[in-house]
Design a protein around this ligand. Structure first.
Ligand SMILES: NC(=O)C1=CN([C@@H]2O[C@H](COP(=O)(O)OP(=O)(O)OC[C@H]3O[C@@H](n4cnc5c(N)ncnc54)[C@H](O)[C@@H]3O)[C@@H](O)[C@H]2O)C=CC1
Ligand SMILES: O=C(O)[C@@H]1CCC=N1
Length: 262
């Protein structure tokens, strides 16, 4: 079975990806090495055989697959020779070219999961260089599929766009949910009830959007044609140019995702 070493294994995203993969036995606990600055990593108490280290060179020696899950700015402190090695990266904005230049690897998978991985609900587009072997693409697909929907893409550039669109996880829907909760509370609804109501609303909305044939645009149209209270709300939101705010937000996040290279 594959021996996986995760540089930055104590971080937020690494844990969210690894716990489902361990639970699904995509990786055996004894075949997993995690590195962090302190060597103390929590969140893996259910798998006491997982190895932890502060030494990335030891991690590399023990692994067939090296997964980079550090912040892009931390790369300057990491010096490794990964020539001939298979590397996976989930780092935002770090191209396969940069990974190749820094570490000498040519067999690279670059992926963009999101923090909903912990709930096994990430959308994870991933890209592989031509040199990646079939057994390695098979591992990447199984690894990311444990924490959500893994989707092979053929354009690396699209990953910067997905960093903004889906890498952001719950953040953009949470912004809307929070505004709705605050409006409900201002309107006299008890805060706990408002919180529960809006969380259930988003669960219902997301579940419905996944299960019905109608697109999100169709659903909006359906309510507009109904000409009821919801249509009044939708019209006011459209007049306030909610689309403009969303487009601006995605454009800003997209720009930030590619900023390292401009
Ligand atoms: N958090 C998220 O929702 C998402 C994060 N990403 C990407 O995943 C990567 C990791 O992000 P997070 O987990 O959120 O960051 P994080 O800050 O939670 O985790 C990074 C970890 O790397 C460790 N680290 C730093 N330098 C190290 C070194 N030299 N050796 C070993 N460990 C080292 C840090 O101590 C920290 O525990 C980033 O590049 C980010 O762009 C991508 C998609 C979503
Ligand atoms: O906000 C961030 O920078 C991380 C990386 C991509 C998505 N979330």
């Amino acid at each position: 079975m594959t021996h996986l070493g995760v540089i930055g294994g104590g971080g937020w995203l690494a844990g969210a990806l690894l716990r489902p993969a361990l639970a699904d036995r995509v990786i055996r606990p004894a075949d997993l090495v995690l590195s962090s600055r302190s060597g103390q990593i929590s969140g893996f108490e259910s798998w006491p055989r997982v190895h932890m280290t502060t030494d990335n060179a030891i991690l590399v020696d023990a692994s067939d697959v090296i997964l980079f899950s550090v912040r892009p700015e931390d790369l300057d402190d990491i010096e490794l020779d990964l020539r001939g090695r298979f590397v996976i990266s989930v780092m935002a904005g770090v191209t396969v070219e940069e990974i190749g230049e820094r570490y000498g690897a040519r067999r690279i998978v670059r992926a963009m999961p999101n923090a909903c991985a912990e709930q096994r609900l990430s959308f994870t587009p991933w890209f592989a260089t031509d040199d990646v072997r079939p057994s390695e693409t098979d591992f990447a697909q199984r690894f990311f599929a444990a924490s959500g929907q893994a989707h092979l893409i053929t354009s690396e550039q699209d990953l910067d766009y997905f960093t903004a669109l889906t890498g952001s996880g719950a953040a953009f829907p949470a912004l809307m949910a929070d505004a709705m909760i605050r409006h409900a509370v201002e309107s006299g609804i008890d805060p706990d009830t408002a919180d529960l109501a809006v969380r259930q609303l988003f669960l219902g909305a997301a579940t419905q959007m996944m299960r019905v044939a109608e697109t999100p645009a169709d659903i909006v149209e359906l309510f507009m044609e109904y000409r009821g209270t919801t249509a009044a709300g939708l019209s006011a939101m459209m007049e306030a140019n909610i689309e403009h705010a969303i487009f601006n937000g995605l454009t800003a996040a997209r720009r930030k995702a590619s900023q390292r290279r401009t």
